[in-house]
Design a protein around this ligand. Structure first.
Ligand SMILES: [Zn+2]
Length: 150
């Protein structure tokens, strides 16, 4: 049974500038509207006014002075690896320290490369296949760029 079915959990929003998270009130709480409304709802940090990003329900914020971990979280966000899940199985594995982060990035690069290869081997190549190839090449480059930063 999904634990989020019983209770409306508020998603975690993170400000990478202030290294803080805030639980946002769901738009539905205010308007009584559908749950999906808040997903596209822009959130601003109450402290610095920068746009915050939705990190999902299972996001655990690192301590505010842990710059390295916050960098890691920002990197994960840039790569599209956030902490969204319905709560049944959790978002899956997420790295917790620098060493795990590097290993995680290597694994991501491998997974993405496998995706890319399968599209590259697909014949005939339709427009969608070409789009998929560009998509995975872009993601691989983003992971490689992140690996060089860390
Ligand atoms: Zn802020």
């Amino acid at each position: 049974m999904c634990r989020y079915a019983h209770h409306q959990y508020k998603p975690h929003y993170a400000c990478f500038q202030c290294r803080k998270t805030f639980k946002r009130q769901l738009l539905g709480d205010i308007t009584g509207n559908s749950k999906s409304a808040w997903q596209n709802y822009e959130a601003k940090c109450p402290q610095c006014g920068a746009f915050m990003v939705s990190m999902g329900m299972d996001f655990e914020a690192p301590p505010q002075n842990d710059l390295e971990k916050w960098k890691m979280m920002e990197g994960l966000y840039m790569l599209g690896e956030t902490f969204h899940s319905c709560g049944c199985g959790g978002p899956g594995y997420r790295p917790r320290d620098h060493k795990q982060y590097i290993a995680y990035l290597e694994k991501l690069a491998e997974q993405y490369t496998r995706q890319l290869d399968s599209y590259k081997n697909t014949i005939p190549k339709t427009e969608d296949i070409f789009k998929a190839i560009v998509h995975w090449e872009t993601r691989i480059m983003a992971v490689q760029a992140e690996m060089q930063k860390t």
